[in-house]
Design a protein around this ligand. Structure first.
Ligand SMILES: [Zn+2]
Length: 256
């Protein structure tokens, strides 16, 4: 089967890419990245990402509500769009929990309620979830497991490997951003994650190899190199394995 690199979590609708998205996409292609899953933080992002996917065959849209924006009305509106557009969507995301932002128990509860709505919808429509879990890794995984979610990508996971263990056993994936090259937490986590659970992401425009510079999908090769080094695989070997992992979660949509 054909194999290529996939940036499984990126924010291409951000204004940081307004002026040169065409070049960003062609640089990605030059680095062997043929598909990019662009996630949404709010309703406006959802529409922008659907539009980008019309324009670029490399771009696959995901629709969701970022936990910092948790709001029941917007969550319901986005759910309606997801139901309507689900055949065009690669995933539901980015959704999840962010307990660094939630200051009160009520705010955490609201995030949990919204996250629960999206988990149920992902199971109803059989769409993967692209999950944010800053300072809430353990809680996000617990909630996913309670709902019985089975198509899950934990993005830029900052929890402990011990919390990740149950998620690994449930077949969830963990995507590694280029900031792994400068983050000891991420390097340590990577050491403990098994290769069949790994995916590549950039989370661009953030989480690049250098915190001052705009990140972009072509930097995916930094993540690839870091995994190769950490796990002792050759790049061609690893490319094939990571493609298989990505295909395991996102399936035939990658080949369209
Ligand atoms: Zn993100």
């Amino acid at each position: 089967m054909k194999q290529f690199l996939v940036d499984t979590h990126v924010h291409l609708c951000e204004s940081a890419f307004d002026s040169d998205l065409e070049h960003v996409v062609s640089r990605a292609r030059e680095h062997g990245i043929e598909k990019m899953i662009t996630v949404s933080e709010n309703k406006k992002d959802v529409y922008n990402n659907l539009e980008l996917a019309e324009k670029y065959p490399e771009i696959m849209p995901a629709a969701g509500l970022y936990p910092a924006n948790a709001n029941l009305r917007e969550a319901e509106e986005i759910q309606d769009i997801i139901r309507r557009e689900h055949t065009r969507l690669a995933a539901i995301g980015e959704v999840g929990l962010d307990f660094r932002i939630a200051e009160t128990e009520e705010e955490k509860e609201l995030q949990r309620e919204v996250f629960g709505m999206f988990i149920r919808l992902s199971m109803e429509l059989d769409l993967p979830l692209s999950v944010h879990s800053r300072s809430a890794g353990k809680y996000a995984i617990r909630q996913l497991l309670e709902h019985g979610a089975d198509k899950v990508q934990m993005h830029a996971f900052d929890g402990k490997a011990a919390s990740a263990q149950e998620a690994i056993e449930a077949g969830y994936y963990f995507s590694i951003p280029p900031s792994v090259s400068r983050s000891r937490q991420k390097q340590k986590l990577l050491k403990q994650l098994p290769v069949p659970s790994l995916l590549l992401e950039t989370d661009a425009p953030v989480l690049g190899p250098s915190p001052e510079e705009r990140n972009e999908p072509s930097q995916l090769i930094v993540s690839l190199g870091a995994i190769a080094e950490s796990k002792g695989f050759s790049i061609p070997e690893l490319r094939q394995i990571l493609f298989n992992n990505t295909y395991g979660l996102y399936g035939d949509m990658l080949l369209q």
